[in-house]
Every structure is written in C-alpha cells, then in structure tokens.
Design a protein around this ligand. Structure first.
Ligand code: ADP
Ligand code: MG
Length: 708
C-alpha cells in the first residue's frame, strides 16, 4: 500500500518553528496572530487576490473608474489638517507617469509606503486640480512575488506580520508537505465525486497559489465543505450518542387528551401547526428523548403546539413543565395555558367518575414559602399535571414524580446549564423530552450549525384572521401622531417606544422621560398618556400595565421593556422613535406588540437611518413582516459572528465558510454527516475524519457543541 498522506492532526502537532525560516523572533510574531502550528499557518487563508492580468499602467487608468497599477513610491509627506486629523500624501510612479495618493487619518501609511517601495494600488482615479489622484486606495505591498494571481494575506500592523511573510512561510509549509507524501484525504472518494470536490492537496495548493480565479473557487468549495463537515459530524455524532446513551419515555401520543384539546379549540390548526405537532408527536412516541427546537414568529401559535406536547405527557400519566424566561412571562403563560385547559379532564381510575380535572400550577420565586412548599410537594407526589414557572423550577430541591415533557420558551435567554439541569430531572432513569421554543427566528442553515444537535421544527404560517401590520419609515413624527389621534378616536391604543430612559449627554436620542413629558403636556395633553420603563418599581410597573390592558390608558410611552410578552389586542399603533438605534430582531419584536386583534394596525419607524446598514434594516422592516425573511437580512447585514457569539467561544473552525454565503454547503455537509454517522456512529470506518475532528475542533468549540 502506498504511503498515506500527511494528516491535519500531524500538522497541528508540528510547531511552525520546525519550518525553515522561522526563527524565534518570527515565531513570536506569528504567535501574536495565533499561528503556532503548521496547521494554523496553512489555514491562514488569503484575504483576497490580485489578478495581475487586470493590472494596467498609470497612463491607462480612466478618470472616474477603478483600476489597479503596480507603482514605485517617489515621495511621502505627512500633514496635519485643521481638525487635527492627519493627511498622508504619497507620490507614486511607473514607467508611464505619476499620480498622487492621499490617505486621511491613516498616519501609519507614511511608514508603510517609504521611498522606492513597490506596491500594488487599487482604487478610483480622480482628477484633483488637474492632477491624477486616488483617495484612500487599497494598498498591497507585494514584495517580489510574481505570478498572474497574487494572494494577499491578512496583515497585522501590531504583530508586524506582512502579507509576503505569510506567503513565503505558507509556500514553504506546502512545499514540505507535498515533498513528503501530499495531504491525506479523509473524505471518501464517492462523496468527493458526488459533489465535484477537488482533493485536499489540490485544494490547499490552489487556495494559496492559484493559477486562476477559477482555481480559487474550486479550492474554496472543498475547504468550505471540510470545515462544515467537521462541525456537522461532531454535532450529528453527539446527537446520536445522546440518543443511544439515554432512555426516554415512549409517550402515548395519540390519546384522548390531545384529541379533546384540539376539538375544543375555537379555531382549526394551521397547516404548519399540524405539521409541527406531527413532528413532535412522532418524537414523543419514540423511546428516545426528544431535543427539538421550535422556531416560530411572534403570533404563529406556538402555545397550542407546546400545550399539545405537555398533554401527551399527561395522558400517559406523566407531568409536563413549561419554563419561561421571566416571572412576568411565566405569569402570562400560566393564565393563557390555564385558560386553554380549563375544561379538560384526565382519566383517573382512583376516582369515582374515572376522571378528574387537569391540574395546572405556577411556581415562581415570588411564591410565598407556604405556597411554594405545597406545590413542591405536589410536584413530587404527582398532584400537579402541568407546572408553569421560571428557572425556579429546576432548583435542586425540586423533584417531579414523573417529568415527561419540558417546554422551554425563549431559549435565547436561558442558559445551557439550566437546560442540562432540567434534563437531569428524570424519573426511573428516563430523560424527559425537551422542546425549546424561540420567537427570534434565525435562518435555517444557521440553525443547523448553531443548534445542530437539536432537531428543528418551523412554524412558518400565520393563523388566519391576523390583520396585517402596515409599516412606515418616516423622518418626521407628525404622521405618526396623526395616526395615533385617529386610532384613539376609534377607541384604540398606542405604544411609543424610545431607545433610552433618560437624556444622555452624548447621544442625540429622545428619551422616554422627555418624550413622555412632551406628549402628555403638549402633543396629547387631552389624552391619557402613561410612562413605563425599567427603573420604575415593579408594582408600579404592574399597575401601569394593568391600566393599559384595561383600556384606561390611550398611549403608553415606554422603553424596550415592552419588547416581549405584552399582549394587548386593542393596541393598534406602534411608534418607534430613533428606530435606527434598534436591531432588526428587536424592531420586529416591538412591531409584534400590535396586530394582535381584529383591527388593522400600523407601525411607524421614526428618524434618520443613521448609517447605510441602518437604512437597509429599516427598509427591510417596511418591506416584510416575515420574521424568517428578516432573519436572513439580519444575517446578511451583521455577519454570522453575532449569531455564533454566545454559543461559540474561542477560535472556531469556520475560517472560510460563511453561514450566509455557503448556505447550500451547510445543508450538504449536514446531509453527508447524517449519512456517514448513521452507518458508522463511532466513525470506526472513517478514522481519518475522526482524528481530524478531535484535532481541529478546539476544546472550546467542542464544549459549545456539546452543551446544548
Ligand atoms: P406565539 O406564542 O407563537 O407568539 P401564540 O401561541 O400566543 O403565539 O398565539 C397567538 C394568537 O393566535 C393567540 O391569540 C392564539 O389564540 C391564536 N391562534 C393560535 N393558533 C391559531 C389558529 N390556528 N387559528 C387562529 N388563531 C390561532
Ligand atoms: Mg408565545
């Protein structure tokens, strides 16, 4: 058998100092950009490429258009402007002529571009007082590299690492690998052929030293696939192991209770609700514990789905628990769920009639100690069927007689540890089934990665009869105030949301206090205006909310405290001041406070865009009320960093892959991973992949992946 190639694990174990040309000073520099092993080095990928076939000369540049030239620095001058910002002026030349480069506020350019240095300049040519000039162009010091396509590596001023340093070191590393055995390719040939992926050696050579941009694209596909496959293998494997190692309850999923519950609803379930309930019931019937994420926009009807799951537990003689992120929401869910279940009976042979009323209780930390004691007792002896509460439910002293199904609402405010603790409240060694619900949708492929060890269900259809919300982005408030006036005349109510509580010195933002004064004393002095924000005492807050619920207040001026869970169907206008200060998800949640009744509603986003991204955000909100569409836009605008941030700590393996751009590959990688793991759960026949996962995914990544 031929020698096997070099593995990523071997490269991970080999320090960069083993490479020719890495002395201790260089090693120190590399360490600053977190390059320690040869693997670290070859996975520093080019930031972009210079295609020299597109290179032209200064004489051939066209005014008003972008172009690329190779030049030599002739003269450098730094000036300080009146506003104390710096201005670096660089005169550059080639054999056809001269031009001037100006850099605003980049003082270090005078050190980068010293006389006689060669650089590739990319930018738009302007004429300034008749002379050729580029303002803040892109500069690449290429050193003496040749070739048609030149890779440009991320440079670090702080670490003193230049593009050509990396270029030379990577070339040396690759030369060594190829000279020995080339790379081992752990991905089975059929899979590579199926998705038309180049082999690993080709991929590494082409990403660093491409002959054409086509080669870059091929290499990128392969390396992106590898990154995503490793993560998906880890997640899918973890999921399968969890399923193998824990026993779950086979619930009686199509019993009397759930059927009766659906029959007595005043509406029929939406197609999406039926589909998702089916997915959940299928899970519940299995002897494996469910770990499912339910994504559904505000108002998509998640509660009915959750209650159905809880009832499945109850009809088999188990208990259900519903956890909310705050006391207020727990209270609200308790009232809602009790209301939905008020006439439901449970079969009970120990009673005369063979049945008894279903028992729903609430347990939060505001319960008195005697109340609490009573409920804790009932949970332990089966005297409660369904309990609603906050994280107080998973405190150590609480035990359930037989916890069957757990629903967790708004998981993004819920710690992973808390979820794990709850899962451990199992009876007879059987883990409860867990349904996690979130009203902050994230795109499907992002969910596959961030929540890759959960199954995902999506409620993507709104119940009929919901009135659409019309959204307007206006620069001046006037139109919003007029709309409020009209609606209040019809007996409706309105919210006015402000970004901050009180006047801030640095930001030009309307505060809730100031807005309240202005509205209650001037604009709407004839109407009933109230104020709600986080610094108001909690019983006062409740009073304000209660008055608004009762229709005794016309306009509620508030901060984002009303973002989640406030449900007043009579409110039909939402005005958000300085809307650019809020994120997409937040604006979408705020808007979801209206449009809850039978009357049509309006949302006014007031103010300037702030930034170009702000403008995109506001436009997206005007265009659609679909939370999933907005989530896509959000991901597009902010990048995946923000989504991954709280789950994925430390460095991760996603160097090239983007959850946005590479959506298609996320799905492919998951499919491939499921295929591999289902036939070979311990990867015994895929040892190469197994070794690579443990070597490449850093410990912190492993932790995040395992914790949910
Ligand atoms: P979510 O929790 O997903 O925001 P809810 O479960 O609170 O949504 O439901 C929102 C509203 O829609 C509730 O008033 C509920 O009674 C109603 N609803 C739920 N499902 C349906 C349906 N299939 N048809 C009509 N109304 C529904
Ligand atoms: Mg809800």
């Amino acid at each position: 058998m031929a020698d096997k190639g070099v593995t990523l694990r071997e490269l991970k174990e080999r320090p960069v100092t083993d490479l020719h040309g890495v002395n201790s000073r260089k090693a120190e520099m590399l360490q600053k950009i977190e390059v320690r092993s040869v693997l670290d080095l070859i996975t520093v990928y080019p930031r972009r490429y210079i295609d020299r076939s597109k290179q032209t000369t200064i004489a051939d540049l066209t005014v008003g258009e972008e172009g690329m030239v190779l030049v030599t620095v002739a003269k450098v001058a730094t000036r300080r402007m009146r506003n104390r910002r710096s201005l670096v002026e660089v005169t550059v030349e080639d054999e056809t002529g001269r031009m001037r480069l100006v850099f605003f506020n980049q003082p270090w350019r005078s050190k980068q571009l010293t006389e006689d240095k060669e650089a590739i300049i990319f930018g738009r040519l302007d004429l300034y007082q008749g002379n050729k000039q580029m303002t803040n162009p892109i500069v690449d010091l290429v050193g003496d590299r040749t070739g048609r396509i030149v890779a440009v590596y991320p440079q670090s001023e702080v670490a003193g690492v230049q593009s050509w340093d990396l270029d030379a070191l990577v070339a040396e590393a690759l030369r060594r690998v190829m000279k020995v055995r080339g790379f081992e390719d752990p991905v089975p040939k059929e899979i590579r052929e199926n998705y038309r992926l180049v082999d690993r050696s080709t991929a590494f050579l082409q990403i660093h030293r491409p002959g054409s941009m086509q080669e870059v694209a091929e290499a990128r596909r392969r390396l992106v696939f590898d990154e995503l496959l490793r993560i998906q293998l880890e997640l899918v494997q973890r999921k399968v192991q969890l399923e193998r190692s824990t026993k779950g309850i086979s619930h009686n999923a199509s019993g009397f209770l759930t059927t009766a519950f659906h029959e007595q609803l005043p509406y029929t379930l939406t197609g999406a609700q039926k589909r998702v309930i089916d997915e959940i019931l299928t899970d519940l019937k299995k002897g494996l514990p469910m770990h499912r994420l339910l994504q559904g926009d505000v108002g998509s009807g998640k509660t009915v789905v959750a209650v159905t799951a809880l009832l499945s537990a109850v009809q088999g003689g188990h208990q259900g628990a519903f956890m909310a992120p705050t006391e207020v929401l727990a209270e609200q869910h308790y009232l809602g769920i009790s209301d939905l279940l008020q006439n439901m009976n449970v079969e009970d042979d120990s009673t005369l009639l063979g049945q008894r009323p279903l028992r729903v209780e609430i347990l939060t930390s505001s319960a008195s100690s005697s109340q609490r004691k009573l409920i804790v007792e009932k949970l332990a002896n089966g005297g409660v069927d369904i309990v609603v509460g906050t994280h107080a439910l998973i405190q150590d002293e609480i035990s359930f007689s037989s916890l069957g199904v757990v629903v967790i609402d708004e998981q993004h405010r819920f710690g992973v540890d808390q979820r794990a603790a709850l899962r451990e409240k199992q009876s007879d060694g059987m883990a409860p089934d867990v349904l996690v619900m979130t009203a902050t949708p994230i795109p499907r492929t992002a969910a596959m990665t961030v929540y890759g060890d959960l199954d995902v269900s999506i409620l993507d259809e709104m119940p009929l009869g919901r009135t659409p919300i019309e959204t307007f982005w206006i620069k001046e408030e006037q139109a919003a105030w007029e709309s409020i006036r009209e609606e209040v005349k019809e007996g409706k109510q309105a919210y006015v949301v402000c970004p901050l509580i009180d006047e801030s010195d640095s930001l030009n933002v309307r505060s809730a206090e100031e807005t309240f004064t202005r509205l209650s004393e001037e604009v709407f002095s004839d109407l009933r205006v109230e104020l709600l924000h986080g610094r108001i005492k909690s019983d006062e807050k409740n009073q304000v909310m209660e008055k608004f619920r009762q229709g005794e207040t016309d306009i509620l001026v508030a901060t984002t405290v009303i973002e989640v869970g406030v449900d007043v169907p009579n409110a039909t206008v939402m005005v958000v001041l300085d809307a650019y200060r809020f994120g997409i998800a937040q604006l979408h949640q705020l808007r979801g406070r209206v449009g809850r009744g039978s009357s049509s509603s309006a949302c006014f986003l007031v103010g300037d865009a702030g930034t170009a991204i702000g403008e995109e955000r506001l436009k997206a909100l005007v265009q659609t009320t679909d939370g999933f569409e907005l989530a896509e836009v959000d991901l597009e605008l902010r990048g995946e960093g923000t989504i991954m941030a709280d789950r994925q700590k430390g460095r991760n393996d996603l160097r090239l892959a983007s959850l946005r751009r590479d959506r298609e590959w996320v799905e492919i990688a998951r499919e491939v991973a499921i295929g591999i793991v289902s036939g070979d759960p311990d990867l015994n026949s895929h040892v190469g992949l197994r070794n690579e996962i443990s070597a490449v995914l850093e410990e912190s990544d492993g932790e995040y992946l395992l914790k949910s």
